[in-house]
Design a protein around this ligand. Structure first.
Ligand code: AHR
Length: 536
C-alpha cells in the first residue's frame, strides 16, 4: 500500500490515536513483518544473568544477610528478588567469571558461622587498604535459594584452573544425585536441601585463555575432555558449555574457535552443547566515560552493540567448518558495555559503573541481534546483573535503584520463548560522528516475535536528532485491532537513575495506531519502543 493512502485509511479508523502517533517532524520507515513456518524459537535463556563474587555484586548487592535491617528473604535482598521476578529472569550464571577458577565449592557449604575466609581473585584489583576476603556466606545453597525465589535456572561455572575433574564431579553429585544414592546427596540433605538441585547448565571453565588458566585452545580442549568424560549421569541431562573466544579482541579471536574445534575434532567424540562467547563493548582503554559524554561517545557505544551480529555470524561460520550440523549453540555468557574504572558508586564495588540511557539503547540493539540469531544462541548472560559493568541495578546498603537497561529487559520480556518473526525495513544508514571521524550505522534496530495471540515488536531509534514513524505491515494471515505501546527515553542522552532520583529514566505508555494489517508507532530520537499487538 502506498504510504500516504495507508496513513489516510489508518486515520479513518483510529483518528484520535493517529494524531498522537505522528510527531510534528519525523521520517517514515516501512517495516514488514514476516512469520515463516520454520522460524526458530527465541530461547528465553537469551535474557539471562551473570553474578560473580566481585565487588558489590553478591555481598550487599544480592546477599544482605538474614540479620540485616534491609528487607530480605533469608538473607537475599527482597527488592532484588521482586525485580528479577518482574522481568522473568530465566537463569543466573554463578559464581564467576574469573572468581570461578579459584573457587572451591566446599568452602560455601555447612554452618555459615564456620565457613572459611578465602582469597578472592578480585582482591588484587581492590583500591589500597580495602579488603575483599571471601567470607563464603553465599554458597551453593544460598544460590539455589535465589534461583528458587526468582524462578531462575542455575548455571554453574566449574573451576578448571585450580580445581580438578574430581572436584567438579563431586559438585555435580552434590547438586543432582537423588537422596539415598551417593554420600554427596546425604551431605546436601544434612545441609538443608533434601531434594536435588537439578542443575542442567554447566560451564566447563571460564576464559581459559586468560584468568581461567592462560591456556592455548589445544590445551583447553584436552582438559575439557578430561573434565567431562566422567561427568555423573544423573538427571537432568547436562548442557555442557565449553570456553569459547574473547569476542571483543580486535580479530574477534576467531583463532580460538578454530583451534578448539580442530583439537576436538581430531578423532574425539566428547560432547559440546554450548560454546561460550564473551563480548564486551570494551571502552576500558579509551577516554570514554560512563556518565558524561558527547555525541561521538553516544554513537561509538551503540555502534559496538550492532557489532554483535558480525561476531556471531563469523564464529558460527568458523564453528560450522567442524560442526557441520550445528549441534553446538552459542552461550554468550558475558556481554555488556565496559568503561574504564573511576566512576564506581563506591571504591570497593569494583566496576560498579553508573550506566545511562546510552547503555539501555545498546542493550536493545544487542537483544535485537540476539533475537535475529535465535537459531544460533542457546543462552546469553548480561555482565553483570547488579553493581557491576552493565548493571540492571545499583545498590548500597538500603539505597537501591533500577538502571535504564533494566527497563529494556522488561520491554523485551515478551520475546522470551516466542517464535521469531523476521522484520525487514528499508532505511538509509546514519552517518554519525565518532572518535574515529565519521561512521555509518543502521538508522533503526528492531525485532519481532509471536507467542499465542500476541505479536511483539521492539524498535530502537539510535539517532540523537530525528524522530521516525514506523509503519508496520503485519505477517500474512495476521491482523490486529488492538495494541499497546511503551517507550523508554529521556530528553537528555546522558540520563540515568541515581539513588536520589531512581525514576528519572523509566517506562511510559506510548500511543500505537492499529488497523487490520497495519500498525503505526512513532519512535522519538534516542528511544526504544515496544508494541504488543493482539492478533487474530
Ligand atoms: O565480568 C567481569 C570479568 O570479565 C569476569 O570475571 C571475567 O570472566 C571477564 O573477563
Amino acid at each position: 500500500m502506498h504510504r500516504r493512502s495507508f496513513l489516510r485509511s489508518g486515520a479513518c479508523i483510529t483518528a484520535g490515536l493517529m494524531t498522537n502517533v505522528r510527531p510534528s517532524y519525523a521520517a517514515d520507515v516501512e517495516v514488514e513483518i514476516e512469520l515463516p513456518e520454520n522460524s526458530p524459537e527465541i530461547s528465553r535463556h537469551i535474557y539471562g544473568h551473570f553474578i560473580e563474587h566481585l565487588g558489590g555484586v553478591i555481598y550487599d548487592g544480592i546477599w544482605v544477610g538474614a540479620d540485616s535491617k534491609i528487607e530480605n528473604i533469608g538473607g537475599i535482598r527482597k527488592r532484588f528478588v521482586e525485580d528479577m521476578k518482574r522481568i522473568g529472569a530465566p537463569n543466573f550464571r554463578w559464581p564467576g567469571g574469573c572468581f570461578a577458577d579459584g573457587y572451591h565449592w566446599r568452602d560455601g557449604i555447612g554452618d555459615r558461622a564456620k565457613r572459611p575466609r578465602t582469597y578472592n581473585y578480585w582482591q588484587a584489583q581492590m583500591p589500597k587498604g580495602l579488603d575483599h576476603t571471601e567470607t563464603n556466606q553465599f554458597g551453593i545453597h544460598e544460590f539455589m535459594r535465589l534461583c528458587r525465589l526468582t524462578g531462575a535456572e542455575p548455571y554453574l561455572a566449574a573451576n578448571m584452573a585450580s580445581g580438578s575433574p574430581k572436584e567438579f564431579h563431586d559438585w555435580a553429585l552434590y547438586c543432582n544425585a537423588p537422596g539415598g544414592t551417593v554420600t554427596q546427596a546425604k551431605e546436601r540433605a544434612a545441609n538443608g536441601d533434601e531434594k536435588p538441585f537439578g542443575v542442567r547448565w554447566w560451564g566447563v571453565g571460564n576464559e581459559s585463555w586468560g584468568c581461567g588458566g592462560d591456556m592455548t585452545p589445544q590445551e583447553y580442549a584436552t582438559l575439557y575432555r578430561k573434565f567431562i568424560t566422567q561427568f555423573p549421569a544423573y538427571q537432568p541431562k547436562p548442557f555442557l558449555v565449553a570456553v569459547g573466544p574473547r569476542g571483543h579482541s580486535k580479530d574477534l579471536d576467531l583463532g580460538w574457535t578454530d583451534g578448539f574445534w580442530a583439537a576436538m575434532g581430531d578423532g574425539h567424540r566428547s560432547r559440546v552443547d554450548g560454546l561460550s562467547i564473551h563480548y564486551y563493548s570494551d571502552f576500558r582503554n579509551t577516554p570514554e566515560r560512563v556518565a558524561s559524554f558527547d555525541q561521538s561517545g553516544w554513537y561509538d557505544v551503540i555502534h559496538k552493540g550492532f557489532g554483535t551480529g558480525d561476531l556471531i555470524e563469523k564464529h558460527w561460520a568458523a564453528m560450522g567448518k567442524y560442526d557441520r550440523e550445528h549441534r553446538t549453540k552459542f552461550v554468550i555468557d558475558e556481554w555488556g558495555v565496559w568503561y574504564k574504572p573511576g566512576e564506581e558508586i563506591t571504591p570497593a564495588y569494583l566496576l560498579s559503573q553508573p550506566v545511562t540511557l546510552r547503555d539501555a539503547v545498546h542493550t536493545a540493539v544487542t537483544f535485537d541481534v540476539f533475537n535475529r540469531h535465535a537459531d544460533k544462541i542457546a543462552m546469553a548472560n548480561v555482565a553483570q546483573t547488579i553493581n557491576c559493568i552493565h548493571s540492571l541495578f545499583l545498590a548500597q546498603g538500603d539505597r537501591y535503584t533500577r538502571t535504564p537497561p533494566y527497563y529494556v529487559f522488561e520491554m523485551y520480556r515478551n520475546h522470551m520463548g516466542a517464535r521469531l518473526a523476521p522484520i525487514r525495513h528499508k532505511v538509509s544508514d546514519l552517518s554519525v560522528p565518532s572518535r574515529e571521524g565519521t561512521i555509518m550505522m543502521p538508522a533503526l534496530s528492531g525485532s519481532a516475535s509471536v507467542k499465542g495471540k500476541t505479536l511483539s515488536v521492539t524498535l530502537t531509534n539510535p539517532s540523537l536528532d530525528s524522530a521516525q514513524v514506523a509503519n508496520l505491515r503485519l505477517p500474512a494471515n495476521v491482523s490486529s485491532k488492538e495494541g499497546r505501546g511503551t517507550v523508554l527515553t529521556h530528553s537528555e542522552m546522558t540520563a540515568r537513575n541515581t539513588f536520589e532520583n531512581p525514576d528519572n529514566v523509566t517506562l511510559k505508555p506510548h500511543p500505537v495506531a492499529v488497523s487490520g494489517k497495519r500498525a503505526q508507532i512513532s519512535i522519538p530520537p534516542h528511544a526504544i519502543v515496544s508494541l504488543e499487538l493482539q492478533i487474530a
